[in-house]
Write a protein that binds this ligand. Sequence first.
Ligand code: ADP
Length: 191
Amino acid sequence: MLNVILCGAPGSGKGTQSDLLVKNYGLKHLSTGDLLRSEIKSGSSLGKQIESLIAEGNLVPDHTMIHLIEHFLDNLEKDCPGIIFDGYPRTVDQAEALTLMLTRHKMSAVMLDLYVEEDEVIKRLLERGKVSGRADDNYETIKQRLKIFHEVTKPVCYYYLTRHNYFAINGNNSVENTYAQIDTILQLVQK
Ligand code: ADP
């Protein structure tokens, strides 16, 4: 299986690159953000608990996220060619839990870290906010999401770097250029 963890600041293009990986590699896309937003939309009790956290740009608690991932992995189709983890893990505790869960399922994953300059990320998110209807795509919340990204999520990159499971991608240029870098790495990883 080809399991990919896409890391990168909000607005770094994880969703866009995931769409291309689904199309070209047939991978299954697990976007925790999408999953959480559909919980909110459904009006479930979990949705009600997490709505304000997301709207304020804060993280959903680790135990909730780990439980969601556990459920996803337990229900994975046997012939799944691989998974794109988009938005998970976002804390070192989530990363450690993922390592244990993947090991239990006899799987592993590589991290692709999309680096995009902060000014560019803010510009993209404000642009997206005009059409996304997302409660968190406004300037104040974007700033909070970026703060959390640097303080809490960036250490997750070092977690994979020190385990030799890490590739950095320059995501500042076009979608095609970013995808070409990802494709080259995945071709190598598969050999
Ligand atoms: P982005 O990468 O643009 O910030 P996402 O759609 O991945 O957007 O996530 C939106 C929000 O959902 C996050 O700001 C956070 O509140 C919540 N979220 C998503 N994934 C996680 C996670 N792994 N752990 C905690 N909270 C999460």
